[in-house]
Design a protein around this ligand. Structure first.
Ligand code: ADP
Ligand code: MG
Length: 305
């Protein structure tokens, strides 16, 4: 019975959910808008693995939604709703209150509704969110579309979350706990970007996925990597390490041809965009410092390392 009182108390706030049927029946019901494709993804957060054990419940709630909206944004789609599969060790009302508030805060910020889920007991606190979004048929921005000559761009600043993780209590911990999914930018890039990915495991690794899928290479200009002023104070190699291999950034990395880049700049953007390099027909990722090749080895986050 406890399971049902948890659902009723904490996860039934979205009555007018934009769904035909939300939380409370065996499944939710949605009517797909005409001409749209369903975009769907899932991401799981495990306590102690994806966030420090003492992370606030509110931040965990926010982050579990935000990381999924980031994946929807990285397709150029608009997020619509989420499902929540929650495994709890025990019932802690204080925690559930903070967690559900953080989850709803993120949902409300991006116009997304909680339409269903599952609640179970397990020795490990695990939060799995599935996000759904819509995109006009055939318009999704995939990883495979980069072409030689395209510019490589990234939103915001890189490495903040990794810095925050290593300096808990520092203001940059906010970027670790409360990532900002770039929903508006992602949607604006639909029809403009040739490929896109959200940076969750470090730029070097995630850009590598684009290069592999697109069968091309890239030259990155290290001095152009956008980093926070706090990270700018560090020596160059340290800055680049944060920017390239930090992880948990949830910024968008995309490729775009120069004409479309001009079109993008004519729109109002809610986040800074930086050109950090160019796609090449020559395979592999080459780093340069002020236009001169620079040898540097980075690895992104590996889940089973
Ligand atoms: P069933 O037993 O049919 O799978 P449940 O009893 O697990 O259904 O869930 C009852 C309703 O509550 C369903 O609509 C389900 O989607 C919803 N639900 C369960 N857990 C959650 C949760 N953590 N967040 C949101 N909705 C939930
Ligand atoms: Mg059922």
């Amino acid at each position: 019975m406890a399971e049902f009182s948890i659902i009723d108390t904490y996860f039934k706030q979205h009555h007018n959910s934009g769904a035909d049927l939300g939380v409370g029946d065996d499944s939710a019901l949605l009517t797909p808008p005409a001409g749209q494709q369903l975009v769907i993804c899932a991401d799981t957060l495990v306590a102690g693995r994806h966030f420090p054990l003492d992370t606030s419940a509110h931040a965990i709630g926010w982050k579990s939604v935000a990381v999924n909206l980031s994946d929807i944004a990285a397709m150029g789609a608009k997020p619509h709703s989420i499902l929540l599969a929650l495994s709890l060790d025990h019932i802690d009302h204080e925690w559930l209150k903070g967690f559900s508030q953080g989850l709803y805060d993120c949902c409300n910020q991006y116009g997304v509704s909680l339409i269903g889920g599952d609640t179970t007991q397990s020795p490990h606190l695990t939060i799995s969110v599935t996000a759904l979004g819509w995109i006009q048929q055939g318009r999704a921005v995939q990883r495979s579309g980069a072409k030689p000559g395209d510019l490589i761009c990234v939103s915001g600043t890189l490495g903040d979350a990794a810095f925050g993780l290593q300096h808990l209590g520092h203001p940059l911990q906010q970027r670790l706990d409360y990532p900002t999914p770039r929903c508006q930018l992602g949607f604006q890039l639909q029809g403009l970007a040739s490929s896109m990915i959200d940076v969750s495991d470090g730029l070097a690794q995630d850009l590598g996925h684009i290069l592999k899928a697109s069968a091309c290479g890239a030259v990155l200009e290290l001095t152009q990597l956008p980093v926070h002023t706090e990270i700018k104070k560090l020596q160059h190699e340290k800055q680049w390490q944060y920017a390239l291999a930090g992880g948990d950034d949830y910024e968008l990395c995309f490729t775009i041809n120069p004409q479309n880049y001009e079109k993008l700049l004519q729109q109002q953007l809610d986040v800074n965009i930086t050109i950090i390099g160019q796609i090449t027909s020559k395979l592999g990722l080459t780093y340069q410092q002020n236009g001169i090749d620079y040898s540097i080895q980075f690895q992104g986050y590996q889940h089973f390392a």
